[in-house]
Structures are given as C-alpha cells and as structure tokens.
Ligand binder design. Sequence first.
Ligand code: NAP
Ligand code: GLV
Length: 306
Amino acid sequence: MKITFCCAETNAEPWLAGLRAALPEAQVDLWQPGAAPADHAVVWAPPQQFFDEQPQLKGVFNIGAGVDALLKLRLPAQATVVRLDDAGMSVQMAEYVCHAVIRHFREFDGYEADVNAGKWSYRKPSERADFPVGVMGLGVLGERVAKALKQFDFSVLGWSRSVKAIAGVCCFAGTAQFKDFLAATKVLVNLLPLTPDTRDIMRLETLSQLQRGGYIINVARGAHLVEEDLITLIDSGHLAGATLDVFRSEPLPAQHPFWQHPKITVTPHTSARTLRDESIVQIAGKIMALERRESIAGIVDTVRGY
Ligand code: NAP
Ligand code: GLV
C-alpha cells in the first residue's frame, strides 16, 4: 500500500516518520510533482495539481477538522474524504471557549487593568442567569464545549442542523428555530463548519437578534463573520465585545482594526491545534479500516460540505 503526504506549512519529516511507524507495511512518501500513484493521501491545503496527478486515490485524509478549503478543489470522485474526528481537539476547544466566557463573565480584563494601574477594586458580580451561552454547531467540538460550559453552571443553548438531545443543553435545530436560539442567547459561540449555508451567518441582521450586551466567540472560520458588522454592533453598544480566533484573512493583516479594538481579543487561529501523534494514530487506524472495508467515523459528505 502506498501513502502520499502533501501538507502545506507542515514540517513533513515527523509526520512521515510517525506514519511509517504506525503503518510498517506501507510505503509512505512526501508527494512531489510527478510522483507514482498512491492508495491514500494525507493532506492539508494541497494544490489542485496534487489531485489532478492522483486521480486513483481511495482515501483522502485531511489533517484538520474543517474541510472548507479542501472542498474547493476538484477531488477524485471515488475517494473517501475523511476529516480529523476530535483527535485531541475537543478538549482544547473546551479550554479556549470556557476561558473566553469566564474571562468576560468575571470581568478579568477589567481587574487586570485595575491591577496594572495599582488599583485594589471590586466589581459587582455579574448574574449567571444573565449570561445564557449559545453554541452554534453541536458536532464533535460543539457538543464538548456545550458540556464543558455546563460544568460552570452556565445556562447553555445549542443550535444544529438536525435535532439533538444533550443533557442540560437547550437544543434548537434548523433555520426555523434559529431566531428563537439567537433571542435566547447572550454569549454566542460559533463552531459551525464553513459551508454555503453558514458563510456570513454572523452579520448585522442575525447578531442584532442576540440579547443586548451580547458577546461573540468565533472559533470556527473567519468567513462566518461579517467583520464590519461586528464592529458596528460593538460600537453601537448592542454587543459588549468579542474573542476571535479566526479571520477572513489570515494572518490578520497588520492594519486590521481588530488588532487595536479595545473590546476585541484576537488569537492566531490556535484554539484547537492539530496534535500530530493523536492524528497519526487516528489516520493510520482509519486507513487500515478502509483497507478492510470497515466503516469509519469522520467521513465528509462532500455535497453537504462537512
Ligand atoms: P462537526 O462534528 O462536523 O459538527 C458540525 C456541527 O455543525 C454539527 O452539529 C452540524 O449539525 C452543525 N451544522 C452544520 N451545518 C449547519 C447548518 N447549516 N445549520 C445548523 N447547524 C449546522 O464539526 P466539528 O469537528 O465540531 O468542527 C466544527 C468546525 O470547527 C470545523 O468545521 C472547523 O471549521 C472549526 N475548527 C476550528 C479550529 C480552530 O483552531 N479554530 C479547530 C478545529 C475545527 P448536525 O449535527 O445536525 O449535522
Ligand atoms: C482547524 O482550523 C481545523 O479545521 O482543524
């Protein structure tokens, strides 16, 4: 069995060594233009030329959870496209989102500013009941985040395409219930995949429906958010601020207003990183399962877009 590795901006050597150790029977090579046909590919942001030269692939394994960039390419029609299914990401995402929610809820930025100014000050504790947190996307990451928030006794709501039942989480589904979900939410966490249905989903019209003093945490994709609309709503006072890990253009351009906005916290697309060792174990296991014609989790529906 031949495996080809084509991952932009990734140090290939440790991945190749890890995949060779996990799949000792396989020949694992770094893809070069003109390389021999392989059975499976491990990819991140490959060029179109890669798929044009490898039309026979049986499996395409994306070393991330989101496949929006991959699905822009012409993929071999028969290939099974597989994304990372947690692989150590959900706990990172839960840490990041809980940290952002709690930092805002407990006003830790304000305390830090006071301490830096040498001030010993108290703020009136916020009411937890005034902070319902709504999680858009209740998949592998969103469900873990919703459950983690629940551990801190926040009132947690969730919204997904299909109907869910998650203990302690008030679940909404589909476009018909989106308005009710937004109206019941103060802190909005985005964990949707980027698809034609979800692009620009956070815009003036939708974000205005959040409770006054709302807060945005975007950890999915930059193109979910209309960035100018966020600034308009923060500057008008309808929203209190945002924590953003993803942007329409990455790296965030040096002149972008988000860098300096006092109510916006930015991080460099780091909320849930691909963990190499966990990912290699997961991908190697799935390659072997596909070879044995067994079913696997994490297969992408290329028509649905996630
Ligand atoms: P997932 O398991 O596929 O979950 C996606 C969720 O979104 C599902 O609950 C799905 O509903 C829901 N959904 C999809 N389209 C919808 C629509 N039109 N309306 C309502 N709900 C919709 O994905 P995941 O593994 O949790 O990852 C989610 C996203 O996080 C990824 O696509 C990626 O963009 C992002 N991500 C970001 C980072 C980072 O570092 N910032 C890291 C990893 C992932 P159903 O359950 O009904 O299908
Ligand atoms: C990162 O953003 C991922 O999709 O894994």
